[in-house]
Every structure is written in C-alpha cells, then in structure tokens.
Design a binder for this molecule. Structure first.
Ligand code: NAP
Length: 347
C-alpha cells in the first residue's frame, strides 16, 4: 500500500536515512503505511551506494551533496544541525517542504515548532520558511502532558530532571555504551571508551547533555525551556531542567515536579492524563506498576507513573514519564506532522 502510484501521494526524501532516527523513520513509514509515490534515501558520501530496504523494495542511498530536491515534495532532515542549516533552505528553494529533526530552525519565528497532539493548528498553512521543526526529544513528551495541566490548573513552575538514553547520540552513542559496558565488565579499573560521552557512560550517570552555555545551563536544558514556551504558546512559562545522560540504550525518562496555580485533585489528574491521545498512565505503586525504559510497553505512547500530589502543598505534584526518544522524540513526531499535513492538504 505505501508505494502509492497515485498522483496525490508525495515524493519523499529521507536525509540521514542510515542514522538512528532515519532508520526509525523507515520502520514507521512501513508500520503506519505512510503513502508515498517515490522515496529517496539520502546520507553522506560515506554511505552513498549502500542498499536499504523500504516496504520490501531495495533502494540505493544517494549522496546529499549531489541530490536534486526538485524531484521531491517532502524532505525529512535527520542528519545534524549543520547539515540542516546548509541544506534545508536549499531543499526549500528547490520546491520541497522540509520537516527538520535538528535544532537548526526550532526558534526561527518563520518556522513552526510542532507536536501534533498539542499545536497541529500550526500546520493549517504552509510555513513562510518552508520548514517545520520537530522539537527536542525530551520536550515532546513533556509538553504533551503540560498542555492539559496548564489548561486545567495553570502551571506556576515545572522542575524537571531528565534521564536520557545513549540513543540520543545516535548509532555511535548506542555502540559506545555497549562497548564501554563490555570493556568495564572485563576490566573495571581500565579505560573505557569516552568519546560520545565523557567521562564514560558505562556504570555512570552524567549531568551534562549537549554544550555548556554562559548561563551555566546546558543547551539541552535551554532547549527544554524555550521550546516548551514556543509550542505551548505560553511565553513566560517557568520550566527549569537538569538534563542527565544515563546508561540506558534507548528511551528517555523524566521526573517532573509541577506546581500549579490551583489545588490539584489527584484522581482528576490521573483521569485527565489518561484521556490524552497516545498516553498510558501506569497508576499502581507496586514494582512493575510504573513505567521504565525496558518495560514501559507501547513505544508509540508516552508512559506516565508515580503521580503524587504533595500533602504539604496540594497545588504541586510529581510525575515520572518514559518515552521512546527515537520514535516519540523524533521519527514518530515527524511522521505525525507529515500525516497531519496530508490530512489538511497543506503538503
Ligand atoms: N537520536 C535521537 O534521539 C534524536 C532525537 C531528536 C532529534 N535528533 C536529531 O536527529 C539527527 C540525527 O540523529 P541520529 O541519532 O539519527 O544520528 P546518527 O545515528 O549519528 O545518524 C546521522 C545520520 O546523518 C547522516 N549524516 C551525517 N553527516 C552528514 C552529512 N554531512 N551529509 C549527509 N548526511 C550526513 C549520517 O549518514 P552516514 O551514514 O553517511 O554517516 C546518518 O544517516 C541529529 O541532528 C539529532 O540531533 C536525534
């Protein structure tokens, strides 16, 4: 079904098709039956000529620097910020609409930053920049929960700690965690690989994700504040974060303390979160009654647990969330943007 000869199905390109996000995009295109008339797989010259399969057909990977974007209607970019900064405007100039997974254009006023479950109305018209930005992988699941909480009780402040998996650094991050773990098990006092994550991530946690800013916060922490404000349309929203890398292969987790303007009823909060699209609430305290990266279940849902209204301050509560960063935090959100564009006829 997905390879659709119809004139209306888009011709698509996946830039970064060989990467962790790109291969997840291919999986989701297959699983969801996303319709396309043509598909082009694009990566760096290193991978040009490699064969990848989509929907049972084999395709040769094309090199980005010779790819002609006038042959496609829609291009997904998942190949790093510098690649998007250079090539996404060129793709737009050649007539493609771009869905960008990097942070290159997220804060550009002419570029909507979209989580379809939160602000799909941004897709009612083609953006001025020709680019739609996909938010940061930790921001997406958080804003999907903050939206109904803000609407019901008003948020005074959200204090968030992230527990981010190695897959946030792509194939190289996952490979380094596996190798560093193997090396450390063999020789606990020896040197383990520490290029993607410094110091080594094996048997460690690192309170540092992305680069350090003058403010003392990291870029990842700043992204969670700025992007949440832009997506929710609440310019003074107070979200403050500590982003931490943990030795988990895939799936980010977050612990969030959310203080509201009004007193929160726990039963109503549980019902409200459980009613959100593609959200599963795990509302039991027994072991196994809360989500973890290994046991959460449906990878296309945001999983929430440990919901606790503070007895000494019933305007505030804690929750724990688990979300697949390669799917919900990147590829799934991008495909859901494309699906929403198709439904609206704005592709
Ligand atoms: N991983 C996540 O959870 C996540 C979440 C949200 C957003 N993102 C963003 O998505 C992007 C990709 O992440 P990833 O995790 O998939 O990384 P990855 O596994 O390292 O894959 C990188 C991809 O980009 C391609 N690439 C690198 N340099 C290129 C160049 N100069 N020209 C053309 N293609 C180039 C690579 O192609 P080759 O095979 O040819 O090297 C590969 O296909 C990054 O910007 C990242 O910030 C990632």
């Amino acid at each position: 079904m997905p390879l659709t000869p119809s004139d209306t199905a888009p011709r698509i390109a996946l830039v970064g098709a060989t990467g962790a996000v790109g291969t997840t995009l291919i999986e989701l295109i297959e699983e969801r039956g996303f319709p396309y008339r043509e598909i082009h797989l694009v990566a760096s010259a290193r991978s040009a000529g490699r064969e990848l399969t989509v929907d049972g057909r084999s395709y040769r990977v094309a090199a980005l620097d010779t790819f002609d974007f006038s042959t496609v209607d829609l291009a997904f970019f998942s190949a790093g910020g510098s690649v998007s900064r250079k090539w996404a405007p060129a793709a737009v100039a050649q007539g493609a609409l771009v869905i960008d997974n990097t942070n290159a254009f997220r804060m550009d006023p002419a570029t909507p930053l979209v989580v379809p479950q939160v602000n799909a109305h941004e897709l009612d018209r083609r953006p001025d920049s020709g680019i739609i930005a996909n938010p940061n992988c930790s921001t997406i699941p958080l804003v999907r929960l903050l939206r109904p909480i803000e609407d019901r009780w008003g948020i005074r402040q959200a204090v968030v700690s992230t527990y981010q998996a190695a897959s946030g650094r792509g194939h190289a991050g996952m490979a380094e965690l596996r190798e560093a773990t193997r090396v450390t098990l063999e020789n606990p006092t020896g040197d383990a690989p520490a290029e993607e994550f410094t110091p080594t991530l094996a048997f460690n946690v690192i309170p540092f994700v992305d680069e350090l800013l003058e403010s003392g916060f990291t870029l990842e922490e700043q992204k969670m504040l700025q992007e949440s404000r832009k997506i929710l349309g609440v310019p003074h929203l107070d979200v403050t974060t500590t982003c931490v890398r943990v030795p988990v292969v895939n799936c980010h987790s977050e612990a969030a303390w959310i203080e509201c303007a009004d007193v929160v009823d726990r039963d109503e909060l549980v019902r409200l979160l459980a009613a959100q699209p593609e959200v599963t609430v795990h509302d039991r305290d027994a072991i196994g009654g809360f989500p973890t990266p290994r046991t959460a279940g449906d990878p296309d849902h945001v999983h929430v647990g440990r919901i606790r209204v503070a007895p000494h301050n019933p305007r505030g509560f804690w929750l724990w969330l688990v979300s697949d960063n390669l799917r919900i935090g990147a590829a799934l959100n991008a495909i859901q943007i494309a699906e929403a564009l198709t439904e609206r006829g704005t592709l």
